[in-house]
Design a protein around this ligand. Sequence first.
Ligand code: SF4
Length: 192
Amino acid sequence: MDIERRTFLKATALGGAVGLGLFDLGEARAELRTAKILRTTETRSICPYCAVACGVIIHTIGDKAKNVTPAVSHVEGDPDHPTNRGTLCPKGATLRDDIDNPNRLMVPKVRRPGSDHWEEISWDQAVAGIAKHIKDTRDRTFVAKNARGQTVNRNPGIAMIGGCTDTNEFNWLQMKMMLGLGVLYRDSQARV
Ligand code: SF4
């Protein structure tokens, strides 16, 4: 690498200043954080990447006027969250790139039987389609009695798994619903 003499002297002077403690890096970092979250709205959420389910705070900037689209300006670990107490692993620390990613899927899509492409549908259509598949599958596979004639009311044609961002309350609800449908194969990443 070709480093000019002037650049080299600047770099070594800066390194010396840090080494001698002339700059307080902790203070500089705190200033940087303050600047990043100045005038932002905080939203608490959960990192979606793995089962640890760390708490995050998403900072959104915007003046809350109806004609301004809020933009995410910073994402950090939630210090009040019992799982991670403010820390994030490198994956969680890049969450902002995930939120702003142009490839992010924002609407439901369906690939119909025999089709070679995905089609955008509305959320109402997606919910109605899922409900229809559940009803059809349950009607087709429901077992009211076992081979001995004992009542079992089970539904072996459906399985359910919860994601890592599901809260205890959601898991309670989904478990109730699945039990009501007779679904035996179910699990959740119940670490939140
Ligand atoms: S921050 Fe890292 S450890 Fe925590 S939930 Fe996200 S991916 Fe998992």
